[in-house]
Design a protein around this ligand. Structure first.
Ligand code: FAD
Ligand code: DLZ
Length: 510
């Protein structure tokens, strides 16, 4: 029996389940750069370069290991511009009995692949994606019957399952599951943040950069200074760079933001983990080892492992448990369009400008910028979930529907009614001032809430609290906000709401 094995752009792992037990002499691997995948959103140019170059390197590696690979390079004149068209063409070019693939990461594509047996007339075997620590069924079993799904409890299960940072007696190392309380320091320039890991573009990457600049010129971002790893070997080197230079401070400054440093002490590994160049468990094990050998403190190592073993696995579980309905949720009934400055960075709000500008240059912003700056603003301003979700899906090198959607729709926009997180991450300018040095460079005054130059986050925060009283006043974690709001003088409340209304009317000019 000969198989056509489809390997997607985010499945660049030699141990991919679709490749298990395959026969190098009989089976054919298909990989394709196609317009349909490259254009379903306005993918950042650097994401396109990363994926196409990493796909080409991976195809070469497979060939070097004796596999037969059909690889389609992107060209706008190619006759087959969807994965289905490429597969149909390949089926016609040989005697293949079935298609084998690993489950993909997006509902959109998943639905298409489900229809292939009927549309293409051959069986399709879809294998579980074993690169995740929890299978879809395992997550569904954990979730079943629980009133609330909370990451922390799922994370503990994953710690027990993997044994990561667990004592031989089954207790968490350090006597605590979570050291988050230690991870909220402001960064004032010391210790200096390490330079990010860089790989200079080789010939393949240079060709892809030219291709993207020619055929995807209208996509968001820039290919300038492309320095991501595009092979598993270099992704491993990026992990080692993180362990040596950033992990020791990762925990302390995990929530910090800086006006002068784009990357701080973050790992910058998500682009590699998500496309298959780096195995998530390998990254966690290497971090745990750094603690055991005294190279990094426990608050840093536990914090890093929690992001991958906890959040990454949790959001994936939420996604597959709730799609396709999840993508349509809008429980806060938001209707406002996404302001244009999300695409240009052209705003006087310094924190927003800095986060969007870094995003445009790097196809990267760290978690707190995504959550507490661009995300927080969208939440406070009541942006339509589908528009802000599409922005996040487009602009980051690590963005795929399964991870972007729960983070944006659930964690940031609270559009799922609190299914993913117990309270919205709404915050005023004070939070941004506490965690960064942006405010001292800003046109707006963070200490003011009303007046022409008052920080927009301030009045918008109270407007959010006021307009969502029915949604949140009975939430025990929000009670204090409502008490603070209610005890302000009526004239003060009216002035804040007027200022917020004015900001919302002039949102494009902020
Ligand atoms: P680090 O801060 O070094 O964290 C280590 C790793 O933990 C990351 O590489 C990532 O694999 C994982 N991780 C951390 N937080 C999360 C999380 N909330 N969900 C899933 N994994 C997590 N992450 C994506 O991979 N793709 C996305 O499209 C994406 N969209 C996001 C949108 C919003 C609004 C928010 C708030 C978060 C989003 N995240 C997304 C999560 C997180 O911001 C990124 O994973 C992280 O910034 C990637 O940078 P890093 O590798 O330097 O991460
Ligand atoms: C994101 C992306 C892009 C930009 N291009 C391709 C492509 O040309 N070929 C491909 O196989 N995959 C691509 N991908 C990834 C898919 O769109 C999709 O996000 C994932 O395969 C879902 O798991």
């Amino acid at each position: 029996m000969a198989n056509l094995i489809l390997v997607l752009g985010d499945q660049l792992s030699p141990e991919l389940s679709a490749l298990e037990h395959a026969d190098k002499t009989r089976d054919r691997i298909v990989m394709a750069e196609v317009a349909e995948e490259a254009s379903y959103t306005n993918h950042h140019k650097k994401k396109l370069v990363l994926l196409f170059s990493a796909m080409r390197h991976f195809a070469d590696q497979l060939r070097d290991h004796g596999w037969q690979v059909h690889y389609q390079r992107f060209h706008p004149d190619n006759p087959h511009q969807s994965l289905e068209a490429v597969i149909a063409d390949q089926l016609g070019s040989g005697a293949f009995d079935r298609i084998v693939t690993t489950e993909c990461g997006e509902w959109r594509l998943h639905e298409q692949i489900q229809q292939w047996p009927e549309r293409l007339g051959v069986p399709v075997e879809i294998r579980p994606d074993t690169r995740f620590i929890a299978g879809k069924g395992e997550f569904a079993s954990w979730a079943k019957g629980r009133k609330q799904l909370r990451m922390e409890f799922f994370y503990r299960e994953m710690r027990r399952k993997t044994g990561l940072l667990m004592t031989p007696d089954g207790e968490p190392e350090g006597g605590q599951w979570n050291f988050d309380a230690d991870n909220r320091k402001k960064w004032t320039g010391k210790p200096p943040a390490p330079a990010p890991f860089r790989v200079e573009p080789d010939t393949i990457t240079q060709e892809v950069i030219e291709l993207v600049d020619t055929h995807f010129a209208d996509h968001f971002g820039t290919t300038d200074d492309f320095h991501f790893a595009v092979t598993a070997e270099d992704a491993r080197a990026a992990l080692d760079h993180f362990l040596d230079f950033a992990l020791p401070c990762f925990g302390d400054y995990q929530d910090a933001m800086s006006d002068s440093e784009d990357w701080l002490f973050h790992s910058i590994l998500s682009p590699y983990i998500n496309c298959g160049l780096l195995d998530p468990l390998t990254a966690c094990e290497a971090a745990a080892q750094a603690w055991y050998s005294g190279r990094a403190p426990l608050n840093a190592v536990e914090g890093f492992i929690r992001q991958i073993l906890g959040w990454r696995e949790f959001v994936r579980g939420i996604y597959w448990l709730n799609m396709p309905g999840y993508a349509r949720e809008n429980r806060l009934c938001n209707t406002r369009a996404l302001p244009w400055f999300y695409w240009t960075g052209d705003t006087k709000m310094r924190c927003m400008h800095k986060a969007i500008d870094a995003t445009r240059r790097n196809a990267y912003a760290h978690h707190i910028q995504r959550l507490m700056v661009t995300g927080n603003f969208a939440l406070l301003a009541g942006i339509k979930p589908e528009e802000i979700c599409d922005w996040y899906l487009a602009v980051y090198a690590d963005a795929y529907d399964w991870v972007e959607l729960p983070n944006v729709l659930g964690m940031v926009m609270h559009a799922d009614g609190g299914y993913l997180g117990s309270k919205p991450y709404a915050a005023s300018g004070k939070y941004i001032q506490r965690m960064s040095d942006h405010c001292k460079h800003c046109h707006y005054k963070v200490q003011d809430a009303t007046g022409e130059r008052a920080c927009p986050f301030n009045a918008l925060y109270w407007h959010f609290i006021d307009r969502h009283r029915d949604d949140f006043a009975s939430n025990p974690r929000m009670g204090m906000m409502y008490r603070n709001w209610d005890k302000q003088a009526p004239e003060r409340r009216a002035a804040l709401l007027r200022r917020a209304e004015q900001l919302l009317e002039q949102i494009e000019t902020l």
